[in-house]
Design a protein around this ligand. Structure first.
Ligand SMILES: C[S@@+](CC[C@H](N)C(=O)[O-])C[C@H]1O[C@@H](n2cnc3c(N)ncnc32)[C@H](O)[C@@H]1O
Length: 412
């Protein structure tokens, strides 16, 4: 696998996939800060306490074409500084306070020193800690620090950027530990194309540590020459682990140039909030062609059984061509959501019973590449054609859906 080395006079080159990944991190963090600060703006003395952890920090700078550009630590520092200035300017007389801290973990000593130098050059040293060593080693201390900073779980927010070097350095038990102990969101990457390229028998143990069974491994080996098929196997097999966490999550790929290029990432975003999932899925749509998904477009995108819809699920064969969050994918999504949400409601909401819009959306969101607007659009068109009724205040998620019994939609 490619080495990332930072030392005086030498910095690594950033590839297009990583540039796209950085854009997603930057844009998501900006949105996140805008959203979580909104309720605080009404209470002048309140402060936003947030800890941002970059578990695989690198040296902070890259060569990209003819320019030197920021790596994830400096992106995080600069994005928070810019967002903070923007948010405080909305309410200049009594701006909300920010208590932001940054923790950067980097295993390589030379790289950690390089990063420290870059942080100092840009004047961020007071808010930042650079820890030299393995992320797993420091995790308990980091969690203790976040807890100490919070009065309660709600106000001690944190975001963990786990942009690991390969695919096996972040363990599922570490993810559970982060989620169970703090009000955290996680952006996790797997360097899937590197895994596909360099896979051999010696990798089986590392893969079993992240939940890959022996059968998955063998299936992977048999299909190693087919990159799309391997990405599809990863998304289908490994998503079951993330479904098991019972959090909101997105499991899509970031692949910049074309399907033949070899540096793509699988990017997982995990949060306890429906809104957070919607913002991330919205970014995948906004970024269009750099995002990919190897499943279907409705409410059963990876073929897992939704507890909401035991009857509906059919055994899927793994798709090997991808869904690219483009105009064609959007059209497919609208059609599939209209058909499948209609079917789901017809089969599951008995005569005389009902479901709230909120419960429906929360139940299906992890199972669709569609956004909140896409789900809403499907509900609106079902209502318009009089297949369902929706009662309650416009735009409220407490509205109640009932099904008109004459609804007949063919199973797609
Ligand atoms: C891909 S590079 C840096 C990426 C960085 N997030 C960015 O986008 O700028 C990954 C870095 O993780 C470091 N690393 C590898 N294993 C690690 C571990 N277990 N704990 C902490 N850092 C690690 C490597 O030394 C390397 O500098």
């Amino acid at each position: 696998m490619r080495k990332y080395l930072w030392s005086d006079g030498q910095i690594p080159t950033l590839d297009n996939h990583s540039k796209c990944k950085h854009e997603i991190i930057r844009d998501y963090l900006t949105k996140y800060l805008e959203i979580v600060s909104q309720p605080l703006n009404r209470f002048p003395n309140r402060s936003l306490k947030i800890t941002i952890v970059d578990g695989f920090a690198g040296g902070g700078k890259y060569q990209y074409q003819d320019n030197i550009v920021d790596g994830s630590p400096l992106i995080l520092l600069n994005t928070v500084a810019e967002a903070k200035a923007g948010i405080r300017s909305l309410n200049p007389k009594t701006p909300i306070q920010f208590e932001e801290d940054f923790i950067f973990v980097e295993k390589n000593q030379q790289t950690a020193q390089y990063l420290q130098g870059e942080i100092r050059k840009e004047g961020f040293q007071n808010k930042s800690q650079v820890l030299c060593g393995e992320f797993g080693h420091y995790l308990p201390t980091i969690i203790a620090q976040i807890k100490k900073k919070s009065n309660n779980r709600q106000d001690g927010r944190s975001i963990f950027i786990l942009d690991q070097y390969g695919y096996s350095d972040v363990l599922i038990k570490q993810i559970k530990c982060i989620l169970n102990n703090s009000n955290a969101e996680i952006i996790l990457t797997f360097a899937v194309d590197a895994l596909i390229t360099y896979l051999d028998e010696s990798k089986q143990n590392a893969l079993s540590r992240i939940g890959f069974s022996q059968k998955d491994f063998q299936q992977f080996r048999r299909n190693q020459s087919n990159r799309d098929k391997c990405r599809s196997i990863i998304q289908h097999r490994m998503s079951s682990i993330f479904y098991g966490l019972n959090y909101f999550f997105t499991p899509f790929f970031i692949i910049s140039d074309n399907s033949k290029s070899q540096g793509g990432y699988w990017l997982i975003h995990i949060s306890r909030h429906y809104r957070a999932r919607q913002e991330m899925v919205g970014l995948h749509w906004d970024k269009g062609n750099i995002s990919q998904h190897y499943g279907t477009s409705g409410i059963n995108m990876l073929g897992y059984r939704s507890k909401f819809d035991e009857d509906y699920t059919k055994q899927l064969t793994l798709p090997h061509s991808s869904f690219r969050f483009d105009v064609a994918a959007s059209q497919q999504t609208h059609e599939a959501l209209h058909r499948e949400i209609g079917n789901y409601l017809y089969k599951n909401i008995q005569s005389g019973s009902a479901i709230t819009v909120k419960k429906l959306k929360q139940g299906i969101t992890n199972h669709t590449p569609g956004s909140d607007q896409d789900i809403q659009k499907a509900l609106d068109s079902l209502k318009e054609e009089k297949s369902i009724t929706i009662k309650g205040n416009a735009n409220s998620d407490k509205r109640i859906i009932t099904v008109e019994r004459q609804l007949v939609i063919k199973m797609g």
